[in-house]
Design a protein around this ligand. Structure first.
Ligand code: TMP
Length: 217
């Protein structure tokens, strides 16, 4: 565990259609059962300003959005989130489960948008210094399966397709590749979860990974 803080930061990542939301709820229950005080939050978002920025990022706009502007907006939301929510919670001994964090910027902007991992690294260093998640659960699945789940959700009236979700297959392949590259680079803090099987099987993997990690803390 990071010495300067009392709680732990667990982040949850993956391409669209990985079923993150239900697994986050399950994770909250597991950690609460283990006696932790848990805060669940998300990026972009998690604060009033952050949620406003999220609205700007996800909404469709004619002519799209400049990639630098997108990345800087995401880090602006993150600055607010870190200072007002994440760091105070960790300092108070709470456990923070965050639906996406800086690793998403590496995958989506660095790899997906082709901006390069180094560019994201500069902002990460600037904002976070040595601050990193204690554990990142990466829900991985083939892009075709993820896209199929998104299309099914939209067909069933479960929400509109946002500005990221409308991207092409090649974008998603780059995002997935970016995530897998990060997991290879940081095996100490990444746990890879196969998100392709039915939900119960994925949940069992989450339980196994988190239980083993908690034991080693
Ligand atoms: P969500 O729908 O999983 O909450 O994520 C919102 C979108 O924001 C998702 O399509 C990924 C994107 N995103 C980035 O592109 N970069 C980031 O750093 C983060 C946190 C999210």
């Amino acid at each position: 565990m990071n010495q300067q803080r009392q709680g732990c930061l667990i982040t949850v990542e993956g391409i669209e259609g990985a079923g993150k939301s239900s697994h986050i709820e399950h994770l909250r229950e597991r950690l609460t059962e283990a006696g932790k005080s848990v805060v669940v939050t998300r990026e972009p978002g998690g604060t009033t300003l952050g949620e406003e920025i999220r609205g700007l990022l996800l909404s469709h706009r004619e002519g799209g959005m400049d990639a630098d502007a997108e990345l800087l907006l995401i880090f602006a939301a993150r600055a607010e989130h870190l200072e007002r929510v994440i760091r105070p919670a960790l300092a108070a001994g709470q456990w923070v489960v965050c639906d996406r964090f800086t690793e998403a910027s590496y995958a989506y902007q660095g790899a997906g948008r082709g901006m390069g991992m180094d560019r994201v690294g500069v902002l990460e260093e600037w904002l976070q210094g040595a601050f990193r998640p204690d554990l990142t659960l990466l829900f991985d699945l083939p892009v075709e399966i993820g896209m199929g789940r998104i299309a099914k959700r939209a067909d069933q009236g479960g929400g509109d397709i946002d500005r990221f979700e409308q991207e092409h297959l090649s974008f998603w392949e780059r995002v997935r590749g970016g995530y897998l590259e990060l997991a290879r680079r940081h095996p100490d803090r990444f746990r890879l979860i196969d998100a392709a099987p039915p939900i119960e099987a994925v949940r069992a993997q989450v339980d196994e990974a988190v239980t083993a990690w908690l034991k080693d803390l």
